[in-house]
Design a protein around this ligand. Structure first.
Ligand code: MD3
Ligand code: FE
Length: 212
């Protein structure tokens, strides 16, 4: 099945500034997972240090021209993987095409992500409420792809104290975050146990960004 006809089998839900394409990544999942494993083999997942000096519970890596990095100097994008002292692996075509077509469906033509952040969640890990502000152009959307076991996603407002709503993100779900949602606080609640046929008891999230 190709990506256009896959829209017919997935559900679209529009909320303030986000377009939720349930199951949109499923038709191409074999290719995506193959390419994911190749990227992780080249640039291994690692727990970055927060600027405060704590190891993140989530393990991350990147592919594309720019990768997301965190250390005592802060959060930023870098063309060099600090562990390998080498460029990040190229973004696989299957990743780029998925992000580009999802953004297109949501009304963003020619979305050309230069960064794909890969987050791996094991049972008991979480990502606290935060905003994504290290990208240059906030009019560009962020496309996220959920793989593996389900997560409880928290979607807040412009202030950290705004009460978040919860969304369950499942294997294959793709969300395009733009417009009014782009700078909202968000996070992932502590991962509960689960089992996925291919990814076991882990969740992997891809976020595609035009960072530079
Ligand atoms: C809403 N990742 O990497 S993806 C992140 O599941 C991040 O790994 C989470 O938050 C994860 O920064 C959530 C969904 C997401 C990504 C970016 C957003 C939601 C967003 C930016 C603005 C608003
Ligand atoms: Fe985020």
């Amino acid at each position: 099945m190709d990506l256009l006809s896959s829209l017919e089998s997935s559900q679209r839900l529009d909320l303030d500034g986000l377009v939720y394409l349930r199951g949109y990544a499923l038709p191409n999942q074999t290719q995506l997972l193959d390419d994911l494993h190749a990227v992780i083999s080249a640039a291994p997942l690692r727990q970055m240090m927060t600027p405060m000096g704590f190891a993140m519970s989530v393990a991350t890596t990147s592919c594309g021209a720019l990768g997301w990095v965190s250390d005592q100097q802060g959060y930023r994008y870098s063309p060099i993987d600090p562990i390998r002292q080498a460029p990040w692996p190229a973004m696989p075509e299957s990743f780029f095409v998925l992000a580009n077509t999802a953004a297109n469906i949501a009304g963003y033509t020619d979305f050309a992500p230069d960064a794909c952040l890969i987050n791996q969640y094991q049972i008991g890990t979480k990502m606290g409420l935060h905003q994504d502000k290290n990208e240059r152009d906030f009019t560009q959307p962020i496309v996220s792809v959920s793989l593996g076991i389900a997560a409880r996603f928290q979607f807040g407002g412009k202030k950290r104290t705004d009460k978040p709503t919860q969304l369950r993100l499942e294997h294959g779900d793709v969300i395009v975050w733009g417009g009014d949602a782009r700078l909202n606080y968000h996070g992932i609640m502590t991962m509960q146990s689960g089992c996925h046929a291919i990814l076991g008891n882990t969740r992997v999230n891809l976020t595609f960004r035009k960072a530079g």
